[in-house]
Design a protein around this ligand. Sequence first.
Ligand code: SF4
Length: 692
Amino acid sequence: MKKVTTVCPYCGAGCKMNLIVDNGKIIRAEAANGVTNQGELCLKGYYGWDFLNDTKLLTPRLTQPMVRRQKGGKFEAVSWDEAIRYTAQRLKEIKQKHGPRSIMTTGSSRGTGNETNYIMQKFARAVIGTNNVDCCARVCHGPSVAGLQATLGNGAMSNSIGDIENSKCLLVIGYNCADSHPIVARRVIKAKEKGAQIIVCDPRRIETARIADQHLQIKNGCNMALVNAFAHVLIEENLYDHDYVAKYTEGFAEYRKNVADYSPEAVEEQTGVSAQQIRQAMRTYAAAPSATIMWGMGVTQFGQAVDVVKGLAGLALLTGNLGRANVGVGPVRGQNNVQGACDMGVLPNEFPGYQSVTDPKIRAKFADAWGIDVNQMDAEVGLRITEIPHLAIEGKVKAYYIMGEDPLQTEADLGLVRKGFEALEFVVVQDIFMTKTAEQADVILPATSWGEHGGVFTCADRGFQRFEKAIEPKYNVKRDWDIISLLATEMGYPMHYQDNQEIWDELRSLCPLFYGATYEKMGELGHVQWPCTTLESPGTQYLYADNHFDTPTGKGQLFAAPWRAPAEVPDGDYPLVLCTVREVGHYSCRSMTGNCAALQTLADEPGFVQMNPVDAQALGIRDQQLVWVASRRGKVISRANYNERINAGAVYMTYQWWIGACNELTQDNLDPISKTPETKYCAVKVGQIADQ
Ligand code: SF4
């Protein structure tokens, strides 16, 4: 038996764990004493590994390269040589005929690691010649990145996961940590035990609301109005830090004007939160010696998400809750390596290390390092994954190379996404399971899984952590970056790396923010938070020390926008709001957790639609009854789940079920800046399926 130290492949909490391997098979997982998890794991950490033993519960593992030479034809098993030759040939033809910007690529925020994401964006930029590379951050915390970059200069969590328990006030908005990041939720409980005030803003009485001192049960879709009212109270009641605002921020006069109309009394009816509660929340937040704001998808998956993130940063700036330990702004990133995918430049506007693609000096630096003519590089910002369905239908995107993502399950308005896929000429899927997207591919490139390779992940608090290979792959699969390198070489750009560290050292040399994060420093249980700019630096626990912000002027930017209504509001035909949520036992498209026996027993297809009993009974719907849920875009089967913790007038569904996929119903109203869809709000109706 051997014990291999790795990092959990699910959420961004970054829990360190040991896989116990016997005779080439993983037999159990144990918690390791990592910096973020301190010897604890949630159930996904303990039971989320046995897909590696090929349990075949949900979908089969991809075991060999396959090609489908005609649309609608059958997959044909081919050799790796043939798969690489065919894929390279098709991509070259499309590039020649339609130009490099007709090809879209994705990185992956899951088990594949930072090295692979670096190689994928290098492939897009150096081999294809496009900035069309993106990842699922687009559909989750894209607005956090954009909003925080604009206000504070850096798109990541300003604080650390370990800091949370030492904060004296936690303002938790649109974030159900008990389901999304159970080990982060432990820190919230510890903060409470240490005497912190907990303020929760959420339409549901989520687990955190149960232990909260104040629960502001906001109506769905009103975040901007509430955040503006918070700012209004801080200013009107003179609770803000005048000295801090004067020294370290810009834009106060305009900001004050923009929130003037948002008195708590003015937004009471709209938000469903009493003026007294709004005032009390801000009195508590402003009085705390240290205060932290935490948020999740309940902030970011709206058509006005970037504005709300800017507003939340404004609250921290008004009260001086930045630039020291135990305070800050914490967008808690969802997937285990979504922070890393962004760090590695799997973004259409930034090279690795958050260096702009529109800066000629930066382009020249990367062109020089990669040995290509700078004129071959795309000087414009590339496409976002949420734009692809529309652009494919318009004929502007012809090929899509998708690595470790499942847009045909996870993106909003699946009917639209399917039309986009039908219009594409060539789809390559590089993955570990036959996902819904893989089923539509022209070429399948089977990759090794987490557990079968090593690398570096970045957890939600900017912490780089190494994970190790535990077992040998059983099938005819290759490491992700080996596959991409073979394709690059076949397309005329030789790419040869010996190992992960060679890739890591190349990217470190090009990214000042990461330069000091060496493999050695990350060690076995190491957790090196960027910025880590020198070999001597231990990394950075919190951003903006000395209250210097990474904005062009060095000052925090105060910003407030008027509230905008969601794009589709309930009416007589579709009287309920649908909001998509997470559940603790499964993750994302479920391709991994759905193939783990212990997790598979936790819930069953077709998933649930959570309903307030008042709404359900008005429709004559019993608890656990099969129902249909319909929006203007689709109709799915689900199972009614009475839930008194949710607000009347809204229903909640998780998005991973194949039958009852709630993204058949959601809409792609995109935030104008981040292009993130409004999957937290659309209008639906629910009805009984004939008595069973
Ligand atoms: Fe894995 Fe997240 Fe659970 Fe930790 S909290 S064990 S990282 S899923």
